[in-house]
Write a protein that binds this ligand. Structure first.
Ligand SMILES: Cc1cc2nc3c(=O)[nH]c(=O)nc-3n(C[C@H](O)[C@H](O)[C@H](O)COP(=O)(O)OP(=O)(O)OC[C@H]3O[C@@H](n4cnc5c(N)ncnc54)[C@H](O)[C@@H]3O)c2cc1C
Ligand SMILES: Cc1cc2nc3c(=O)[nH]c(=O)nc-3n(C[C@H](O)[C@H](O)[C@H](O)COP(=O)(O)O)c2cc1C
Length: 573
């Protein structure tokens, strides 16, 4: 309808607009249309490229839209796409990759994957089986037509790596790419919507021609909203004599969130480390460099943007090739690297700056509730402590947070998790959260207390010692007294000869726990991925087997049904 230059102008305008501007723009256009006497058309949440007005007769039988998600974004998009395809008369099957029958892949005709990247360029836990299957099995998918939408975050070093891998691998094993890989940053709505529009157009037109090579996405600054909060309070929750330090931080900030969300913080590198690095390079600290379209001093780039503390092997490898040295495959800090394998001159160091990766954000579960702690965000941070060559060291971000004093400002963003959410107010919840895993459950309980939710609440908490490590003990006791907490079980592992963990306490109360599940309770796990969450899940399976008189396969499918119904969710790290 529009000529190419006019369409381009419109597309440029849309690409550069914020969400708010787009909403305003859509209202403005609707107003203009109304004034011209033409019947106005409702504008959807995703700006659809021109879709045929009446559903064209689809030329495809069935499509599968499979999602791999950790915090629900990919699922939300995939669900929206499936609904839109159905409206167009396409038989769209929506499935989570954890539930997907791998043997079906060879039978698929159209297979669209929406997948996020987690960890350091890894697929979400729920997509791991699928990811491994396509990479390891000798598959030949001659008839498969596919497309991949990759969700990610440009703040991480390996942007959209899992989606990129799936796209390349499906192609390698014979699949025909009918739409280019679309990589999306955290502000994914528009690009994702356009990606799916182009699929719909192809499916509704006579054929589905193959796309070319995967699209290259230009990296742009991340669209995340950064908030600046002020520290109101920072206390160590562990008592004297504890082997741990867990900090409760209260931050004043006007940021909207829900129980179950986290905040993301990108830590800065210590000044002394940056100064020591630059002193070995011949580069002046004020020397200007360009980082993602921004001109900054090299000293600021090294302090605020780039990971210099503990380089991944892939970066060490690139460093080795710049300085033309044989460096063993290892992880090491940039300062040590420069000391052992010095750069030749300033120019060579600037080349090194070019291969450094962005500092990845660290997430912390929010432990406050919007209803109970208005205008504040609380987090519960364990100071990460480890030993390297006999020297005790601390994690970059948790160490910095542990030292923040009152009135200090702190930049963060809200990382939403649409999976890890409280159910309806009358539903029962079982929360298993040892150590800092307690954080979101303090938020849940405070929220349920403040809103007078009628559902029952059962908390399993554990740590090393009752006297020094019972985080939020006073509040928890109050919740027991006031009836907010219906049941509470603790496991202090080192208070007796035999180690006792939360999964042992679950076993001890197996009958009641199974009864709660049978009555519709939602179950949550938060805290260490390994070994805690694995042990807890195994305990859960064995409780379901014993109490439900089921065999192993039946217990697995019981748990899968809970997952599918959103009644068993994990937030583990
Ligand atoms: C969804 C989610 C929620 C989370 N919620 C919480 C929470 O509520 N509370 C909480 O405390 N944490 C939470 N975390 C973990 C948190 O995000 C950080 O991973 C944690 O605080 C460690 O970060 P750090 O910067 O302190 O350590 P880093 O500096 O990132 O170090 C991490 C590890 O890397 C290794 N390492 C680092 N530097 C060196 C070196 N120089 N030499 C050798 N090894 C090294 C060590 O093994 C170290 O333990 C959560 C994570 C996720 C994904
Ligand atoms: C712990 C963690 C690690 C992440 N690692 C990466 C990464 O390596 N690369 C990337 O592009 N995005 C990374 N992300 C960003 C997610 O992919 C992004 O938030 C995405 O929208 C999540 O979608 P989901 O809710 O479907 O899982 C990471 C997010 C988290 C919480």
């Amino acid at each position: 309808m529009l000529t190419t230059p006019r369409l381009k102008t419109l597309q440029d305008l849309i690409a550069g607009a914020t969400k708010e501007e787009l909403i305003w723009l859509s209202g403005y256009l609707a107003g203009v249309v109304a004034q011209t006497g033409v019947e106005s058309v409702p504008v959807g949440t995703l700006p659809a490229a021109q879709e045929p007005e009446a559903p064209a007769k689809p030329s495809v039988g069935k499509i599968t839209i499979a999602y791999g998600t950790e915090t629900g974004n990919s699922k939300k998009l995939a669900t929206d796409f499936a609904a839109r395809a159905k409206k167009k008369g396409i038989n769209a099957k929506l499935v989570g990759l954890e539930q997907y029958r791998l043997t079906d892949l060879a039978k698929e005709e159209y297979f669209f994957t929406v997948i996020s990247t987690q960890g350091d360029g890894e697929p979400p836990a729920s997509a791991k089986k699928f990811y491994d299957h396509i990479h390891r099995e000798p598959l030949q998918l001659g008839q498969l037509k596919f497309g991949v939408l990759a969700l990610g975050d440009t703040s991480y070093p390996l942007f959209c790596k899992a989606g990129e891998d799936v796209d390349q691998q499906l192609n390698r094993i014979g699949g025909q790419r009918i739409v280019n890989l679309q990589k999306c940053d955290t502000d994914y709505e528009i690009e994702a919507g356009n990606w799916f529009d182009s699929i719909l157009q192809k499916l509704l037109s006579a054929g589905a021609p193959a796309a070319g090579a995967p699209a290259t996405t230009v990296r742009k600054p991340t669209g995340k909203k950064i908030f600046t909060g002020t520290v109101l309070n920072n206390v160590n929750l562990n008592d004297i004599g504890s082997g741990k330090q867990t900090y409760h931080l209260e931050i004043a900030a006007e940021a909207e969130y829900q129980p179950g969300d986290s905040i993301g913080i990108t830590p800065e590198n210590p000044n002394d480390v940056v100064e020591a690095i630059l002193s070995l390079t011949g580069v002046a600290p004020a020397h200007k460099v360009t980082y993602r379209d921004e001109e900054l001093s090299v000293s600021d780039v090294l302090r605020k943007k780039l990971n210099v503390i503990f380089l991944p092997e892939r970066v060490v490898k690139k460093y080795a090739s710049i300085v033309r040295q044989d460096i063993p495959e290892t992880r090491i800090g940039l300062l040590d690297l420069l000391k052992i394998y010095p750069v030749k001159d300033a120019a060579q160091f600037l080349e090194v700056v070019g291969i450094l990766e962005p500092t990845a954000p660290r997430l912390y579960s929010i432990s406050s509730s919007p209803e109970a702690h208005g205008g504040e965000i609380h987090i519960t941070v364990t100071k990460d402590t480890f030993v390297v060559n006999g020297e005790t060291k601390h994690g970059l971000c948790s160490d910095a947070l542990s030292q923040l004093s009152t009135d200090h400002s702190l930049d963060f963003y809200i990382h939403r998790n649409s999976q890890f959410k409280l159910p309806a107010e009358d539903k029962d919840v079982i929360m298993i959260g040892p150590g800092t895993g307690i954080a979101p459950f303090r938020s849940f309980l405070a929220e349920r207390d403040a809103t007078g939710a009628s559902g029952k609440n059962w908390l399993f908490f554990g740590d090393q010692h009752f006297t020094t490590d019972f985080l939020y003990q006073t509040e928890i006791q109050n919740w027991i007294q006031t009836g907010v907490l219906t049941r509470m079980n603790t496991a202090f592992s080192r208070d007796q000869k035999e180690k006792v963990y939360v999964q042992h306490k679950m076993h001890r109360h197996a009958e009641e726990l199974y009864k709660w599940l049978e009555e519709g309770a939602h179950l949550y796990i938060c805290g260490a991925k390994e070994p805690m969450s694995v042990d807890v899940e195994n305990a859960l399976l064995s409780i379901i087997r014993e109490q439900g008189k089921k065999n192993a396969a039946q217990a697995e499918s019981y748990l899968n049904e809970l997952i599918e119904a959103g009644r068993f969710v994990k937030d583990v790290y």
